[in-house]
Design a binder for this molecule. Structure first.
Ligand SMILES: *Cc1c(COP(=O)(O)O)cnc(C)c1O
Length: 446
């Protein structure tokens, strides 16, 4: 019998060529792949990714910040297999299912107080869209239809759909679409790298909070919400700031009748050192956004947690007062099951404590990096590390990415900023390998 199937036995070279011909890769100038390696991955196990030639790469960025407990995690795999044999999907309008109910209840118990209602989406940008729409709709339902503007921090990142881009302050992602994006104001970022010499991170954060206050004082009547990445602005290059800023932001938003949206898509799920970054400022936002690590890096899922006050403003006889936003895969059972398995691991393995030990170990062995004459602003929050590299290379990020691959590392610098955001299952010898090889890379590129 003649097989009509083409030969699909993959090889590195074969898959690379086919991918470049058929796949339009994200966050990429496709022409750069003429020189930049595109890496076909055959399988993953723990912190390691393997290509078809037997090379391995330590996933030091958790595959774009999503993976928490390693690739091919046996417990998440088992939960998904079980769910697959039970219910793969059902629509969530007019129907419900156990995984989505259990996940909503557990998050309500774990999250900062008052966030009793979970609304589901499929990716981070959708969670941002949902929160912005919900906030403005809340004010409309509450007799304040003029509150339709949003503010965000300088260098903020909240996703790349058109609404999310309106509160994303990254010129490279925005500029081509300027005409399509609503203009929203930004307020100064408390990123401590911008502090005056001698000024503490805390004092600088308080100074930035004064600028926020001045802005709110003047514009609160037209502002629906302030959206913020708590403690770490990820896409800005892991900009870190003092939690006192969040405390002041919470007070000011309450004082001026503006919602506080905590975008914990990147920093939530233990990444900041606590389960939610807001805990470190001891605040409850009006909306809390989760995605990325929520499924352990397995499946797309996002959610917006909202307060009872928000929820009640939509609860009425008229359909139009309800929140009619919908996505086809809202609350997908498989994704919710992966999220439940992820929360189980947090509880069973005392992950937050274990991460504290790991972070202390990495900080210890990273001393030579911290002390390197070409390394600036070495910083750490929870399971995130970052530093700037003084380099003569204008295309540092791409060179570093390529050199890292030769050193069995997946690093994806943001400009001149190298960052580590490893899966939490990283072992001590893997941290040692990560630090030693990164030091070699810094030596080579400076
Ligand atoms: C990644 C990210 C988003 C967008 O999530 P996507 O799933 O990529 O759309 C939004 N906010 C923050 C803080 C993020 O890091």
């Amino acid at each position: 019998m003649i097989s009509l199937m083409p030969n699909h036995t993959p090889t590195n070279a074969g898959l690379l060529a086919r991918s470049l011909s058929a796949v339009w890769h994200p966050c990429s100038q496709m022409k750069h792949y003429e020189n930049l390696p595109l890496v076909p991955i055959a399988r993953g196990a723990g912190v390691w990714l393997y290509d078809f030639d037997g090379n391995r790469y330590l996933d030091a960025v958790s595959s774009w910040w999503v993976n928490l407990f390693g690739h091919g995690n046996p417990r998440i795999n088992a939960a998904l297999r079980d769910q697959l044999d039970t219910l793969e999907h059902v629509m969530l309008a007019g129907f419900t299912h156990e995984p989505v109910v259990r996940l909503s209840e557990r998050l309500r118990d774990l999250a900062p107080a008052g966030l009793g209602h979970c609304f589901y989406g499929s990716d981070g940008a959708s969670a941002t869209e949902i929160a912005l729409k919900m906030s403005a709709h809340y004010w409309r339902n509450s007799g304040k239809p003029g509150k339709t503007h949003f503010i965000s921090l300088q260098n903020s990142y909240h996703g790349e759909t058109l609404g999310a881009l309106s509160v994303t302050d990254v010129a490279l992602f925005r500029d081509a679409y300027g005409a399509l994006i609503a203009q929203q104001a930004t307020v100064p970022t408390p990123d401590w790298r911008a502090a005056e010499p001698g000024e503490s991170a805390q004092d600088f954060a308080l100074r930035c909070a004064e600028a926020l206050e001045a802005h709110l004082q003047q514009h609160h009547e037209t502002i629906a919400a302030f959206i913020v990445e708590p403690l770490v602005q990820g896409a800005a290059g892991m900009a870190m700031y003092h939690p006192v800023y969040l405390q002041r932001a919470r007070e000011l938003c309450s004082q001026y009748g503006v919602h506080l949206i905590a975008d914990e898509i990147a920093v939530g799920m233990g990444r900041s050192g606590t389960l939610f970054a807001c805990e470190q400022a001891n605040i409850s936002p009006d909306f809390l956004l989760l995605s990325k690590g929520i499924t352990g890096g397995y499946l797309p899922l996002s959610l917006v947690m909202a307060t009872n006050d928000i929820y009640r403003a939509f609860y009425a006889d008229e359909t139009a007062r309800g929140f009619l936003h919908s996505h086809s895969y809202t609350g997908n059972p498989l994704a919710c099951r992966a999220a439940l398995a992820t929360l189980d691991i947090f509880a069973q393995d005392d992950v937050l404590n274990a991460n504290r030990t790991k972070a202390a170990f990495l900080n210890g062995i990273a001393q030579p990096l911290r002390d390197h004459p070409k390394v600036r602003n070495f910083r750490n929050t929870g399971m995130i590390w970052a530093f700037e590299v003084d380099t003569p290379h204008k295309d540092f990020a791409r060179r570093c990415f390529a050199l890292a691959l030769q050193n069995e590392l997946l690093l994806r610098p943001i400009g001149n900023t190298i960052y580590f955001m490893p899966p939490y299952v990283i072992a001590e010898e893997e941290m040692q390998l990560l630090v030693t090889r990164t030091l070699n890379i810094v030596e080579t590129l400076t």
